[in-house]
Design a protein around this ligand. Sequence first.
Ligand SMILES: Nc1ncnc2c1ncn2[C@@H]1O[C@H](COP(=O)(O)OP(=O)(O)OP(=O)(O)O)[C@@H](O)[C@H]1O
Ligand SMILES: [Mg+2]
Length: 268
Amino acid sequence: MSLLSIQSLNIRFRSPDEGDVEAVRNVSLQLHPGETLAVVGESGAGKSQLFHAVMGLLPRNARASGSVLFNGVELLNQPARVLNQYRGKRMAMIFQDPMTALNPLLTIGRQLTEVLEVHQRMGAKPARDKAIAMLEQVRISDAARRFNSYPHELSGGMRQRVMIAMALLCEPELLIADEPTTALDVTVQSEIMALLRDIRSQRDMAVVLVTHDLPLAGGLCDRVAVMYRGEIVEHGQVDAIFYRPQHTYTQNLLSASSFAYACAAQQK
Ligand SMILES: Nc1ncnc2c1ncn2[C@@H]1O[C@H](COP(=O)(O)OP(=O)(O)OP(=O)(O)O)[C@@H](O)[C@H]1O
Ligand SMILES: [Mg+2]
């Protein structure tokens, strides 16, 4: 059975100024346990909203139809009571902007332990130990001290590592990483991608990488789905898409980054 099965998903936004906007149109995707899928596409293509729908985190003015099955259970348009059995536990998302996803008023330690105390009913001491171990795993040096830092005291790369640690705390079967490196400089970007690759090889975890960067996708993922204006216009194994792109948008994207892909593929 698929771990994640998205069927004919549509997302429509009500906008008083522009009328209705169809942000996602008739998207179907399957993901098996342990698989890696990249979803690539230009800004505004609908990538983030697609996975916000999976997590049950669409804004109030959005309406979704279709189906999102996680291990065969329908998640689309379900109440928080149902969704909370899955999100943060069996599926987790690294959000596009760590600064808005982290609470600026709480130490990162507090934010990490809260996840364990709420979802896994852990006591304070084991939660602290596990949170520090997780910070070490995402290669934050001096983790016990960093545990007491506030988000603004950390660099962008470190904040992104904290987001990854938070997503991995409950050992999810599915990790959705939405542009995890966009705001980072190139060196930190490749460190974070190497970290994601390592984590993937250590755990049997399916990963969806959302990005507009094809070489980055090729460095981590087996399959690629290309989104253009709300639709999946192309979908296949990474190599097939790279060497025989069918859609003009994919061809343009590739010609802009073919050199960089060659470098990424060597690192894989
Ligand atoms: N809160 C909102 N209200 C109305 N429309 C929205 C809202 N959020 C998103 N949209 C619409 O959904 C479309 C897709 O947005 P989405 O955030 O999924 O794009 P994306 O592919 O993730 O882009 P990016 O690469 O810039 O992150 C947007 O172009 C916009 O038309
Ligand atoms: Mg986005």
